[in-house]
Design a protein around this ligand. Structure first.
Ligand code: BYC
Length: 318
């Protein structure tokens, strides 16, 4: 392709971004745009399926049938989110096998939050309330992201996350209205999940490698710090309503700005977890690798069936 032809494709692409039109898989796009999307969408997909593990751990121990059914449905939804996202990612010209391989070999990241253990039933409440709460804040702007398949997948994901957040908050509310021991359990879960939830939004804007370019491409519609602030402003009053204390001695409401100011995040801990040294990194990756290896016979059977079907149809056509 000549330089002139590339320039005109770039102009069409830039005009679409400027006019808030969607970029579709068959449209021309800069290679860096494609790679950045593969990175973020696959990271997001991996987070959904690794994110099934901490809660999956409690399905057999849910305290009632109602809680078990709701938790099962939530974990199943997360598998579904993973599937929409992997499918959206595949439209960018990468195969599902390659994506899984990147996860299993540590080449691709997934959200830091899922490397923390789930120690008590209250953690199911805290995850729904805080982790899904953070996910909604992060993902609602993505419904408006520039790449069509990602934006469309996000619409359904956000609707389901909203149910997840409510089921988590309801667990917290029940515990907080229960015995002192139950309320202590809820407080302990908040203490352990609060800071990792703030870390989910990624490094501060001045340390974020991708934000500036992703904002230009309208992949990201808000920066990491803007989303984190929105989360704190929304969540602190919810903790007050539960009668729980946010574990941050520097947290205070600023009447002039209308926002909460909060303490320093432990970024060393964040990077340790991202680099693979969190409490559960090894366990999570091993669980995913085992699932992949144990599922080999299912993939083989499905392929054998597809081949036989193709053979049968070919014979019929003659
Ligand atoms: N954990 O330049 P930055 C869910 C990495 S699933 C690990 O700001 P970006 C749910 C980042 O990848 C939640 N790594 O990056 C599921 C980059 O490294 P690389 C997942 C992180 O992409 C089940 C480096 O740090 N949500 O909601 O512009 C149950 C510099 O960061 C993290 C999504 O994936 C982290 N927390 O911004 C319940 C949403 N943060 O790749 C809930 C879509 C940063 O250069 N993703 N890094 O090696 C995004 O919105 C953005 O990718 C992020 C990061 C805001 C996460």
């Amino acid at each position: 392709m000549s330089e002139k032809e590339i320039k005109s494709l770039e102009d069409i692409f830039d005009a679409k971004i400027a006019n808030d039109e969607k970029i579709e898989p068959r449209d021309w796009m800069p290679e860096k745009y494609r790679q950045t999307h593969i990175r973020q969408i696959s990271q997001h997909a991996h987070s959904e399926i690794v994110g099934m593990l901490p809660e999956g751990n409690w399905i057999t121990r849910a305290p009632s049938l109602r809680r078990k059914v709701a938790l099962l449905a939530k974990v199943q939804d997360e598998a579904g989110h993973g599937l929409y996202l992997y499918s959206a990612c595949e439209t960018l010209g990468i195969s599902r096998e390659e994506l899984y391989d990147q996860l299993h070999t540590g080449k691709a990241k997934y959200s830091s939050i899922f490397n923390y253990p789930t120690l008590t039933w209250a953690d199911m409440g805290a995850i729904g309330w805080l982790v899904d709460g953070a996910a909604i804040i992060n993902q609602v702007p993505l419904c408006n992201t520039s790449f069509g398949p990602y934006a469309r997948a996000m619409v359904r994901v956000c609707k389901e996350e909203s149910f997840h957040q409510r089921q988590g908050y309801e667990i917290m509310l029940t515990l907080c209205n229960g015995t002192q021991e139950q309320k202590d359990m809820a407080q302990d879960a908040l203490n352990r999940w609060w800071w990792p939830s703030l870390m989910m939004f990624g490094p501060t804007d001045d340390k974020s490698t991708h934000t500036a370019q992703s904002m230009k491409w309208k992949l990201k519609r808000k920066t990491n710090d803007e989303l984190r602030q929105q989360f704190v402003d929304q969540t602190v009053p919810q903790a007050d309503l539960l009668g729980l204390t946010v574990p941050d001695k520097d947290l205070k409401y600023n009447n002039d700005t209308g926002h909460y100011e909060f303490g320093e995040i432990n970024w060393d801990e964040f990077w340790q977890v991202v680099k693979g040294y969190g409490k559960c990194n090894k366990e999570r990756i091993n669980a995913r690798k085992n699932a992949w290896n144990n599922g080999e016979w299912v993939r083989n059977a499905a392929m054998a069936y597809a081949e036989k079907e193709a053979e049968r149809k070919a014979k019929q056509a003659v």
